[in-house]
Write a protein of this length. Structure first.
Length: 303
């Protein structure tokens, strides 16, 4: 029983340490997500300027393809467990969302746990990226976006999706499916000011001169936008993973403390029973010796 209590106490120390580490990493991942948003927002603004002319744009990453024969799904999972249902939820959502698709679906997996689960499910996996740094930089994941773009432009995929876990708060994370390619339809921003609010006619849209050219500009912006969106999704998933692990480790620590309390009660009861049994044995032995002594004295007296 002492060994059992010591073992549970050691486990509680480990889970408490993991909880502290995960709480620190959540804050770091949130800060990284916040730092990348201005860049992606600016890229979105450039595309918003082109939204009204979308029908005239001929860039391959903006044009819808029909029919859809191949779909590439990027699944963002973790390399480690101890995070509750985090990895299982993203894999389950990936399989369920595309189960009814008539097109062939193949997967690009980020994280060892997701790859293992998808392999057990028997789905085709074209590439895997694992063992990313604890705090990945944009350069660490840019190859993922480049690979997805190459498959789309090369005709190996007619649509590209990413499945990741969106960080809401410490207690809530939401599995999300987002289309990357072709770039989803972008709604032009509503007119600002009282005139737009009152529904009056908008002023003519300003003209733009693209240097070195519209196609070159779109090619650069879309490549960067796709890569930065994948990077943001990975950071969101990292924050969600650390939050899920923190919650699980806190629950495990509380359960370990509760178990130690229960084990101490059992141990004290057993110890008390042993002490009581020893006292009863001593008392019974003393009475037996006293009775034997009294019997011996009476026998000598009669003799």
């Amino acid at each position: 029983m002492r060994l059992h209590i010591r073992s549970v106490r050691n486990i509680a120390q480990v889970t408490r340490a993991l909880q502290t580490v995960s709480a620190s990493k959540v804050r770091q991942a949130q800060a990284a997500v916040t730092a990348t948003r201005p860049y992606s927002n600016k890229a979105r603004q450039v595309l918003n300027h082109l939204a009204d002319r979308r029908s005239t744009l001929q860039h391959p990453m903006l044009l819808l393809r029909q029919p859809i024969r191949e779909i590439l799904v990027i699944v963002v999972s973790g390399d480690r467990g101890l995070a509750g249902a985090y990895n299982a939820a993203v894999v389950r959502e990936s399989l369920a969302y595309f189960a009814k698709e008539a097109a062939a679906v193949h997967y690009l997996v980020i994280g060892r746990k997701g790859r293992e689960m998808l392999q057990r499910a028997g789905v085709p996996i074209t590439a895997e990226f694992s063992r990313l740094p604890a705090a990945p930089a944009y350069g660490d994941v840019s190859a993922i976006g480049q690979l997805a773009i190459e498959e789309y432009i090369g005709g190996e995929a007619d649509q590209v999706y990413i499945v990741f876990t969106k960080f809401i708060n410490m207690l809530q994370q939401r599995t999300t499916v987002q289309q990357l390619l072709p770039i989803p339809e972008i709604a032009p921003a509503p007119p600002a000011g009282p005139a737009g609010a009152a529904g009056q006619a908008r002023s003519p849209a300003p003209g733009y001169l693209f240097e070195p050219g519209q196609t070159q500009l779109l090619d650069f912006v879309i490549h960067r936008l796709v890569s930065i969106e994948i990077y943001e999704c990975i950071l969101e998933s990292l924050a969600s993973e650390h939050a899920a692990r923190m919650v699980m480790m806190r629950s495990a620590t509380e359960n370990a403390v509760e178990l130690i309390t229960g084990l101490h009660l059992v141990y004290n009861k057993m110890r008390q029973q042993n002490i009581t049994g020893d006292l009863l044995d001593i008392a019974a032995g003393t009475e037996a010796l006293a009775a034997e002594s009294t019997k011996g004295r009476s026998g000598r007296h009669e003799g």
